[in-house]
Write a protein that binds this ligand. Structure first.
Ligand code: BG6
Length: 458
């Protein structure tokens, strides 16, 4: 029996566009994620898990599970459908009901403002994050949320996985065709997101000094392929190009030297303005949200940067490669590596000295409901057990990890691979194309996790 500290926040995670559905209902504006989530053969997010119509039943299930915290997202385009800065009353009403019911059930809402879903209006009007105008719009959206939910939402996340949010043109509207120019826009967008994040943190301090806020980072635990010094350095470069440049900006308001010189050397450094440095260094997050699914492995790159494949993995003095020591499965192509979570927590804390909460960690699997209406997901129970054990070890060693939220509370539409790739503790009865009634069925992992929470440990 491994017991966690009494106030440890056990929870579970989702994001708005991956569960809500309610496409264009209740005054919602269009978002990039409404344009499809991964091609013609996979589910889009128009219905997703139909949480928009099942939210009450879902909160009841959260209460039954015993969740203390619910890591969820707001849909920016549901709250602010256009660029006028005027909130959509029906959108706020939807979240009012949800937040109030969560609080009634004793579940703390932990809300991400920006989780991949970029409203289309600013993308069409001025190119979204490519323009500084987006900073003001995000700030307006944040202000609406901070004021409206003051006293009810006490934990906010600024941005989910800035690495992916700024790299995926499908998510942020970067339509540059030339691969190098695409990368330049990517880093400009990322710089604007960092500015927006800092301004939002400062704003929250003014509006609600009791609430806390932090970024959610997809931590990159990168191993060198061999002990060749070149490979060791390549792993360090890779972590800097995929994680530290983002978190250094979130926490210290500046880029690490290698990243900065790399961008300058390759003509990718973003346009900055005079007062930016003050704004970037004026605020600091309260915590770091950690997403972790798998680790990565690299070797040194001798040739120049390779543009045109998915940028975060491609640009830098390193090449991604296979790690023969981790177990790969159908949907976990990079392999399963619980120890990587421990490595990531250690490195993140050593560099930033901030409390951490696991916001996402989960095991994807193709599942179909048996005749008994059950899903015997022992593979998921095993995955979560192994990772929770690493969190426990980190806590025992003195690392301040204050919560754990597996991805995902219910099956959701994947960020880019449809509905066959399932992570949930609860099965949603639908297929890629047939949404049926989206009935909820508790998987074996639901009951298992219910016990973990009840026993405050494994
Ligand atoms: C994280 C995201 O990157 O990974 C989630 O924050 C996403 O939105 C999750 O769903 C799993 O990735 P995928 O691509 O399998 O949905």
């Amino acid at each position: 029996m491994t017991s966690f500290p009494d106030n440890f926040l056990w929870g579970a995670s989702t994001s708005a566009f991956q569960i809500e559905g309610g496409y264009m209902e209740g005054g919602k504006g269009l978002a990039t994620t409404d344009m499809g989530t991964g091609g013609p053969d996979v589910a889009d997010n128009k219905v997703a898990s139909d949480h928009f119509h099942h939210w009450k039943e879902d909160v009841d299930l959260m209460a039954e599970l015993g969740m203390k915290v619910y890591r969820m997202g707001f849909s920016w385009s549901r709250i602010m459908p256009d660029t006028t800065g005027i909130p959509n009353a029906e959108g706020l009403e939807f979240y009012d009901q949800l937040i109030n019911y969560l609080l009634e059930k004793g579940i703390q809402p932990f809300v991400t403002l920006y989780h991949f879903e970029c409203p289309m209006a600013p993308v069409e009007e001025f190119g979204g994050w490519a323009s500084r105008k987006m900073i003001d719009l995000y700030l307006k959206y944040a202000e609406i949320c901070f004021k409206h939910f003051k006293g009810r939402i006490k934990m906010w996340a600024t941005v989910n996985e800035q690495l992916i949010a700024t790299s995926s043109g499908r998510l942020n509207g970067n339509t540059e065709k030339d691969p190098k120019q695409y990368a330049k826009v990517l880093y400009q967008m990322s710089y604007h997101v960092s500015l927006a994040e800092h301004k939002a943190i400062s704003l929250l301090r003014e509006i609600d000094s009791e609430a806390t806020i932090g970024p959610v980072c997809a931590i990159q635990v990168i191993y060198p392929r061999t002990c060749k010094p070149e490979d060791i350095l390549a792993a360090e470069y890779a972590e800097e190009m995929m994680q530290y440049y983002l978190l250094d900006m979130s926490v210290y308001g500046k880029y690490p030297p290698y990243f900065e010189s790399y961008l300058k050397k390759h003509g990718l450094y973003p346009h900055t303005e005079e007062d930016d440095a003050v704004c970037l260094q004026d605020s600091k997050p309260d915590f770091i949200g950690i997403n972790y699914y798998f680790s990565g492995c690299v070797e040194a790159r001798e040739d120049g940067p390779e543009y045109g494949i998915f940028p975060p993995w491609a640009i830098g003095d390193y090449k991604m490669c296979e790690n023969p020591h981790v177990l790969k499965t159908e949907w976990m192509a990079n392999g399963i590596d619980p120890k990587g979570l421990m490595a990531g927590l250690r490195k993140t804390y050593h560099r930033y000295r901030l409390p951490m909460i696991i916001c996402e960690n989960g095991m994807a699997y193709s599942e179909t409901l048996g005749e008994d209406h059950k899903i015997h997901d022992t593979y998921r129970i095993d995955y979560l057990t192994q990772h929770i054990l690493q969190v426990k070890e980190a806590v025992d060693e003195g690392y301040p990890v204050f919560g754990y939220c597996p991805w995902s509370f219910i099956d959701v539409v994947s960020s880019h691979q449809g509905f066959s790739k399932r992570y949930g503790l609860i099965y949603i009865d639908r297929t890629e194309k047939d949404v049926k009634e989206c009935k909820r069925y508790k998987k074996d992992s639901f009951y298992w996790y219910q016990n973990v929470i009840k026993n405050n440990g494994l």
